[in-house]
Design a protein around this ligand. Structure first.
Ligand SMILES: NC(=O)c1ccc[n+]([C@@H]2O[C@H](COP(=O)([O-])OP(=O)(O)OC[C@H]3O[C@@H](n4cnc5c(N)ncnc54)[C@H](O)[C@@H]3O)[C@@H](O)[C@H]2O)c1
Length: 261
């Protein structure tokens, strides 16, 4: 049995992870942490605890799963690394620089860590298809749609998609004429890496959405649209379970679920 701790256990994703862990034959929920509803019973003798480091010291945790929020996740990961606890990180909003630092910490402390901006298999395929299509089109833009409680924009998935597309085409064209924005931001945000890339990302935040993304490619005379919709949060759980099992058996640092599928 893999002993799992869930951090952010009260949140929308954390609650799904708790349910999945309880239902899985090879996983055991041993602790649940959140800054809200401390003391609430989660399952059997597992109660919500408020202090991550204290909880990790009391309980024998093999793998911690973190779905908290962008402003705290980097500090949380430092705690996991310091205590040599393997981690699966679903929380988005980490910068490229922070991801590099986490990779170093993971290697230096020989502590496995998997960060995935998206645990849905369909979304991974969408990114994969977008990366392939990037070779053949001159223009590309991404529109991502999320519920209106999402704290970071653009989404981690849209950034990851742009990074994968840029591996096959790092010189997309923007509008072919001089553009003027009469409302600032109307053309979205430009993702580029050291001046290369040029992929516009547009973020929609609205009640009713869980998470959707459309990648639109254009060339003379044709448009290709790749679209993925998340209907509910259960879709992430097979990917989270796979990551927990993988990191339990491996000490590597991995960024992106596609690398363990
Ligand atoms: N990787 C993926 O596939 C994927 C999918 C969906 C959401 N997300 C990301 O997961 C994160 C959580 O999303 P959500 O919709 O569950 O958010 P949420 O706001 O519903 O839940 C976050 C939970 O974390 C708790 N929390 C915040 N700071 C904490 C701290 N310091 N210690 C302990 N608990 C803390 C909050 O109290 C809350 O219960 C977001 O960054 C979101 O973008 C990732």
């Amino acid at each position: 049995m893999i002993k799992v701790g869930v951090v952010g256990a009260n949140g929308k994703m954390g609650q799904e992870v708790v349910k999945m862990t309880i239902a899985a034959k090879d996983l055991e929920l041993v602790c649940a942490v959140d800054k809200l509803n401390i003391g609430d019973n989660v399952y059997n003798d597992v109660y919500i605890e408020g202090d991550i480091e204290a909880a990790l010291k009391i309980h024998d945790v093999d793998v911690v799963v973190d779905f908290t929020q962008p402003s705290v996740v980097f500090e949380n990961i430092k705690i996991y690394m310091k205590n040599n606890i393997k981690s699966v990180i679903g929380t988005t909003g980490l910068s490229d620089e922070q991801i590099k630092q986490i990779e170093e910490m993971s290697k230096n402390s020989n502590t496995g860590c998997i960060i995935a901006p998206n645990f849905s298999i369909g979304a991974i395929l969408m990114m994969n298809f977008a990366s392939q299509a990037a070779k053949y089109f001159s223009n590309a833009e991404i529109i991502e749609f999320h519920h209106n409680q999402k704290k970071d924009a653009p989404s981690g998935t849209s950034i990851k998609t742009a990074q994968l597309m840029m591996k096959n085409n790092d010189n997309f064209k923007l509008g072919n004429c001089a553009e003027t924005e009469t409302i600032q931001g109307a053309r979205g945000g430009n993702y580029n890496d050291n001046g290369k890339g040029n992929i516009q990302i547009h973020s929609v935040r609205m009640p009713g959405f869980v998470a959707s993304q459309q990648v639109i490619f254009g060339s003379d005379g044709q448009i290709l649209k790749i679209h993925h919709d998340t209907i509910n949060r259960e879709c992430y759980m097979p990917g989270v379970k796979l990551a927990v099992e993988y990191v339990y058996n491996n000490n590597s640092f991995i960024y992106g679920l596609e690398n363990i599928l």
